[in-house]
Design a binder for this molecule. Structure first.
Ligand code: SIN
Length: 522
């Protein structure tokens, strides 16, 4: 394989964590591996709610940490919750300085949205539901003006190179021609900031690019993965047959929108004392049950928001209108869809993975903040905090580099693209058997199917990465014989106090389990 060596820090991904880390590393030279033009195809840009931060005078970082721990259903690391929530305000101020046009009150304060399981209105937002897109736009502008950052757009990472326990390089391909032969890009420090796994499911709110590839890549290189079974399903993906499904932000329920079914019943009243603002996992399961029962769940914004929805939530309105729904008068059909992966590459409080030379931030990581159920709008906050921590760690571990030539690449042909039908088969398997409600028989079916797909299509490294993550999710879900947070087992409905700890799994552990299942009679 052709090899290119660089003194630049290699950042895999181009979402919020990647861009923020690149800015915090400046003037140290970095090279960003971005599958698309900056801003396109990153989950961060699709985030509607905003960033959770205790900005209200009555609120406090300790209350925010407490809500985070409570939502996480017993497996949040309290030290991490404290670390992340204490700093939240500083990041809002920093993003404001970088040009993010947060919604402001008449007296100059921040407009705060209410989301589920927060004890206060705590989500700092932009133009209603535009937080992700607007924060990303501000960061992209700053990155484009920072000479130390080289963005390699249209390039994706597919494999790590290791020497012993150290990651020494990353194999990259042209993102729009996966048949391009990979090039090995070697560098001393590699930061993974490449998103989660939602797109491994057929019903998801995540962009097409986000299919567990970077978690799978790290797992294939031997990294320890934490909590892979904890996948968050968003209760209110707009159910109109689009792939990915557009999101109807939780902030709509914060404004008083209610969930009803086709019979007009407000079903959340019987499920939880906080009704529509119950923790996300509770609402997702209730929506799923309504869908399974053929009751057609819908989000009704008409009384609470009415005609103002267009001005207050333009992305939601646009998604509805293009599907023939006028949300100011019609309830919006919704379904629970894979949205966020709490699990990921296990990282310590310095953002370091179990492999030397590898740092991780954002959704690809599992820092211990989210436990079994992420508190809404804590995702962007965690990405910011750990991007800064990783940047500082890299800067302290390596001597300063003042200048490094730009990385020049010329791809030849010779690689293999994932087979689209196999990818779709994998995604449908995950939705059918590793979804909102799981049971042993379905999880075993999923593991057998993943093994078969991998065997038949294993010549594409990108597909192997997806299969690795899918295997880890299904294997960990099978091993966790209880229900906790977003992980619901119909055959083990109770939460078992003795299992209140994180799962730590390597791919080889998960593959051993998969082989055993494949060897059992069906
Ligand atoms: C939403 O706006 O409902 C999504 C926010 C999040 O996932 O944190």
């Amino acid at each position: 394989m052709k090899t290119v060596t660089t003194d630049r820090v290699i950042i895999i991904g181009a979402g919020l964590g990647a861009l923020y880390a690149a800015l915090k590393l400046a003037p140290r030279p970095v090279v960003l591996i971005s599958p698309e033009t900056l801003g396109e195809g990153a989950s961060s840009a699709w985030a509607q709610g905003g960033v959770a931060a205790a900005m209200d005078a009555k609120d406090s970082p300790d209350d925010h940490a407490e809500d985070t721990i409570k939502a996480g259903a017993g497996t949040v690391n309290p030290m991490v919750a404290k670390l992340v929530t204490q700093e939240a305000r500083d990041y809002i101020l920093d993003l404001t300085e970088l040009g993010t046009p947060f919604d402001r009150t008449a007296d100059g304060g921040y407009v705060l949205s209410r989301e589920a399981a927060h004890s206060y209105a705590r989500v700092v937002r932009v133009k209603g539901d535009q937080a992700g897109a607007e924060i990303m736009a501000a960061l992209i502008e700053a990155v484009r003006e920072t000479p130390s950052v080289q963005a390699l757009e249209g390039v994706m990472a597919v494999d790590f190179e290791t020497e012993g326990n150290r990651v020494t390089g990353v194999a990259i391909q042209a993102a729009h021609d996966a048949r391009s032969a990979p090039i090995m890009l070697r560098g001393a420090a590699i930061l993974v900031a490449g998103g989660g796994s939602g797109g491994l499911y057929a019903l998801t709110t995540n962009p097409h690019r986000i299919r567990g590839q970077v978690i799978g890549m790290a797992a294939r290189a031997g990294a320890t993965i934490a909590d892979p079974e904890f996948v968050q399903f968003h209760p209110t993906a707009i159910d109109v047959g689009e792939d990915p499904a557009p999101l109807a932000t939780e902030a709509l329920r914060g404004e008083g929108a209610v969930l009803v079914n086709k019979h007009g019943t407000r079903f959340m009243l019987d499920v939880h004392k906080d009704a529509e603002l119950a923790p996300r996992d509770v609402v997702a399961r209730a929506i799923f049950e309504q869908s399974q029962a053929g009751n057609r769940p819908m989000l009704d914004t008409t009384d609470a928001i009415g005609a103002e929805i267009n001005a207050l939530f333009p992305s939601v309105t646009e998604a509805c209108l293009r599907n023939g729904i006028d949300p100011s008068v019609d309830p919006i059909p919704v379904a629970a869809a894979a949205h966020y992966h709490m699990g990921g590459i296990a990282t310590d409080t310095h953002g370091k993975a179990s492999l030397d030379g590898l740092w991780v931030c954002g959704e690809a990581s599992s820092t211990g903040l989210h436990g079994a159920n992420r508190l809404a709008s804590n995702g962007l906050l965690e990405a910011l905090v750990y991007a800064r921590i990783c940047a500082e760690g890299i800067s302290s571990e390596f001597a300063p580099v003042e200048n490094a030539p730009e990385v020049a690449l010329e791809f030849a042909t010779g690689g293999t693209a994932p087979d689209p039908e196999a990818v779709q088969d994998l995604r449908q398997t995950m939705t059918n058997h590793v979804g909102v409600v799981r049971k042993a028989a379905g999880l075993k079916t999923a593991l057998r199917t993943i093994a078969r797909l991998e065997q038949n299509h294993g010549d594409s490294p990108s597909f192997l990465n997806m299969c690795a993550t899918a295997t880890l999710i299904a294997a960990a879900a099978l091993l966790r014989e209880e229900s906790r947070g977003a992980h619901e087992r119909s055959d083990f409905p109770d939460t078992k106090p003795e299992l209140a700890q994180s799962t730590l799994l390597t791919l080889s552990d998960a593959l051993s389990l998969r082989s055993k299942i494949c060897g059992e009679p069906e």
